[in-house]
Design a protein around this ligand. Structure first.
Ligand code: SD4
Length: 327
């Protein structure tokens, strides 16, 4: 979409809101209504195919989207072969696995944990933060203590394979971090809409491999790694968290949809914003996913290779997104 058309759409949107502030009419105007039978789940990268199956078990029985996204991403948190999430995630510079996760429901309720250690399911701790505390975000030792108090048990997250990879990296005697690129992505962001037309999302990761101890990425930050607005749609992000945080990426995608953009246009615009706000785009992979109230979905990434898994009553497949550049 060209800039002029986008500005025109924004202007029409604002004028209509001024003329008719009723929420119902605004939603109708923007054509953001949900039709029964359209419940859908999408999630980042190929492992999302497996995660979606578990989310779908809940959605297909008229379950809530919040339960679906939690159940879906937990599958990947438990997958020791996935080097970007939960058990088996690559550690930080000091050889310690630290996890980030967040969850958000259709009522703007959200919960998040960052820099969490020794807990297999950060997403479920994030949900407890959302449901059992007046806070949104807990981190580090405080998040761990809270998890233990809530009955989660400690687990060693560093697998021998991940430890070996870390040792090899150490032996290179380089301070250089591996780029977040097509080889070391798998963070899972998942968005779902249920039969009541309610949207939810979840995002969970072990973050950037060999990051500085204490580094937190976009994934646990509401508005950066994930955002859900039940009137409009939901979005999540994967890739270089530092670039995503700078533009509040997922919130941006949802707000662009509020202005009338389709999911593909909104994700495209967010990637353009990353282009504008970063001087060096070499190896700067980011990918956005969006799902709107009608169950329409899309993604867009900076570099080739980003894909997302889709499941609904009609289909179960992996979709390659459009992108800006080849590697
Ligand atoms: C981060 N966004 O910690 C995450 C990394 C990621 O696939 O998405 N990897 O910056």
């Amino acid at each position: 979409m060209d800039r002029r058309k986008f500005v025109k759409i924004s202007a029409i949107g604002s004028a209509a809101i001024v003329l008719d502030p009723s929420k119902e009419d605004k939603v109708k105007l923007n054509n953001h209504s949900f039709t029964k039978g359209n419940s859908t789940v999408i999630s980042t990268w190929k492992p999302g195919l497996e995660a979606n199956k578990f989310a779908w078990k809940i959605l297909s029985k008229n379950g809530k989207s919040i339960d679906a996204v939690e159940a879906g991403v937990r599958v990947i948190e438990s997958d020791a072969n996935n080097k970007s999430v939960g058990i088996g995630g690559l550690p930080d510079k000091n050889g310690i696995v630290t996890l980030d996760a967040c969850i958000m429901d259709h009522n703007y309720n959200c919960g998040s944990v960052a820099f969490l250690q020794d807990i297999e399911h950060p997403i479920s701790v994030a949900r407890k933060v959302m449901e059992d505390t007046p806070h949104v975000m807990l981190c580090g030792k405080g998040a761990l203590d809270f998890a233990i108090e809530k009955g989660f048990s400690k687990t060693n997250l560093l697998t021998p394979e991940a430890e070996n990879d870390w040792k090899k990296w150490k032996e290179l005697q380089t301070e250089k971090l591996p780029e977040i690129n097509h080889e070391n992505h798998d963070t899972i962001g998942m968005l779902a809409i249920d039969e009541d037309g309610d949207l939810s999302g979840a995002c969970t990761t072990s973050g950037w491999a060999y990051k500085l101890h204490g580094r937190v990425g976009d994934s646990p930050i509401i508005g950066a790694g994930l955002y859900v607005d039940n009137e409009i749609g939901a979005a999540c992000a994967t890739g270089l968290g530092e670039a995503i945080i700078k533009i509040s990426g997922s919130h941006l995608v949802v707000e662009l949809m509020r202005q009338g953009l389709k999911p593909n246009e909104a994700c495209y615009e967010a990637v353009q914003r990353i282009k504008k706000t970063n001087k060096n785009l070499k190896d700067l992979q980011v990918g956005f996913l969006a799902l709107n109230k009608k169950g329409e979905h899309a993604g867009h990434s900076m570099y080739a290779g980003f894909n997302y898994a889709l499941k609904n009553s009609k289909t179960d497949k992996l979709i390659d997104t459009k992108y800006e550049m080849e590697w």
